[in-house]
Ligand binder design. Sequence first.
Ligand code: SAH
Length: 306
Amino acid sequence: MAQWIEISLTVDGEAAEAAAELLNRFGYQGVAVEHDGIPPDKLDEDQIPPAERLIVRAYLPNDANVEAAKAELEQGLRYLNMMYPMPEPVYKLVDEQDWAEAWKVHYHPVRIGKRLFIRPRWIDIEIPEGAVEISLDPGMAFGTGTHPTTQLCLEALEEYVQPGLKILDLGTGSAILAIAAAKLGASYVLGLDIDPVAVTVALDNVRESGVDDRIVIQEGSLENVVTSARRFDMIVVNILARIIIQMCDEHLGDTVRPGGTAIFSGIIAEQGDDVEAALRKTGLEPYRRRQQGDWLVIEARRVQPE
Ligand code: SAH
């Protein structure tokens, strides 16, 4: 049976993005960044778990190239260690059938904002009265609800989504934000992702969500929408700062209707100014930041024509 090597690095918030970028060069089907959710017995406390200790994980096939890959990874870590303290990587051998399951062990229910409640699909737990439930199996896709970048987006969605809005979720991953938006009342959500694995996972989660009549998932990215005349009341983009800045050069702002709202996440605090400068160039005016640990969400509005 095929085997995989799980690589994990436990790092603080600031180092997590750098560690994730490094692992992304090696990991098969991407990288997961997790931190412990609130244990079920603490669910009443309306708190968000601290962002300090993040576990960055990736998987690579245990084949003839594995030793070379490990050596290259360790070299990369030594380099990163000059900027952030980097731990030794932890390697674990996993069987193919356990590979997709391995993630589930680290995944707990999480309560976010006032009403949102993210439940792993295989954990049977009573949902509090009045809560908006998002039940998910993230599989190999990013978006479990435990990562600060996702949580910040969920908080913003909870605050801003009004019934009837049309929303674009760019980099949908597990479709967690798309499902949240639909459950909060959006009449139409388009979720796009360049990763075909994420698309499969997103479609599965949407099918199980009970709001699948209002969500469309497609493989693709900005070019799917920017070339058409489609305009959204709100867009939410949880991808890295670097990619957001690049998208700003590709007319990201045009996807938002004048007066509409744009929510950007995946941004380390010190990248905030660069992202805001890029947003202004694409016609989006930043008006608010939210922060959790080192992670920022920037909220912006499409400038109304005079
Ligand atoms: N929206 C989810 C997932 C965020 S992870 C959440 O908030 O938790 C970012 C996702 O963006 C990944 O699934 C990745 O495959 C996708 N992605 C990365 N670059 C992209 C691009 N240029 N266009 C569209 N999707 C992209």
